[in-house]
Design a binder for this molecule. Structure first.
Ligand SMILES: [Zn+2]
Length: 280
């Protein structure tokens, strides 16, 4: 992926040096979090409740991190991909409002409760911020078998896709149904929300490549491979579990690949109407 030298976003806050001292989570918990909620969880609070034994999360006070240019390569990569999503979505929607992005290590406070690295990257609608502990990219490469910068960019763009859903009111609509529908029905809506975020990530890739020629040989394959590795069925299978479709929250490998590709090929957010798609 070609990204060096491109614009970096000003909306990044680096908290990697100012952790809240949250305990680091073992690999077992990471797997539990991945399996239970899929990577790129949509409801950090739920995950946190589980990780902390169901107790309500305590908001931790934390000094703000630093803003301004980041000086390490991984941080610069994230800031560059974020800037690229700003340019693409700002070009498509004139009223687009940029999200913020926080880089953290281990744990950090968010308007959605304390964010943990084990949750994977996530988007908090309450403070319209994407949270990423960069160690996830090592997980993605080594544990989940999905290397490649464009695979990482897909992850970031997927979270920005959730921001778009927040701006569109979709997130709020689905959240309001929580408790009024069964868990299985809620999971099905969650899958549609997640697949739409995958599709939006593809839409971003389409325009970013058109505008800035970011894609190199093997990049699309790397993102498609990542989409497959983080499918709910693949995650359950790799954990040695029985595949239970009613527990899916993010979609199968096949669905995640298909919707990402739909966005990537069309470049059209209208093509991402997962809520009316049948079959999904
Ligand atoms: Zn997601």
């Amino acid at each position: 992926m070609r990204w060096e030298g491109n614009r970096q976003s000003d909306n990044v806050e680096d908290r990697r040096a100012s952790g809240v001292g949250g305990r680091s989570i073992g690999i077992g918990s990471i797997i539990v979090a991945l399996i239970a909620w899929g990577v790129f969880g949509i409801n950090p609070l739920t995950v946190l409740g589980i990780m902390q034994g169901g107790a309500p999360t305590v908001q931790t006070q934390q000094a703000p991190g630093t803003t301004g240019p980041v000086d390490d390569r991984s941080g610069q990569f994230v800031a560059t991909v974020l800037a690229d999503t700003e340019d693409v979505w700002g070009g498509i929607y004139s009223n687009y409002k940029d999200p913020r992005l926080v880089l953290f290590r281990d744990a950090t406070s968010t308007a959605c409760g304390t964010g943990q690295a084990a949750m994977g990257p996530f988007y908090c609608p309450a403070d319209t911020t994407v949270y990423i502990d960069l160690s996830f990219f090592d997980e993605l490469k080594s544990r989940l078998g999905a290397p490649g910068e464009f695979a990482q960019a897909y992850v970031i763009a997927h979270e920005v896709g959730h921001h778009l859903q927040r701006l569109q009111g979709t997130t709020q609509k689905i959240d309001s149904m929580r408790g009024r529908i069964s868990q299985t029905e809620y999971n099905q809506l969650s899958v549609r929300l997640e697949l739409q975020a995958d599709c939006y990530a593809g839409v971003w890739g389409h325009h970013a490549d058109r505008q800035r020629k970011i894609l190199e040989g093997g990049d699309i394959e790397a993102a498609m491979n990542a989409a497959a590795k983080i499918g709910d069925d693949a995650l359950q299978r790799s954990a040695g579990r029985v595949v239970r479709p009613e527990s899916f929250t993010h979609g199968t490998s096949d669905q995640r690949q298909r919707w990402f590709y739909t966005g990537l090929k069309s470049g059209d957010p209208q093509a991402c109407d997962t809520f009316n798609a049948s079959p999904l």
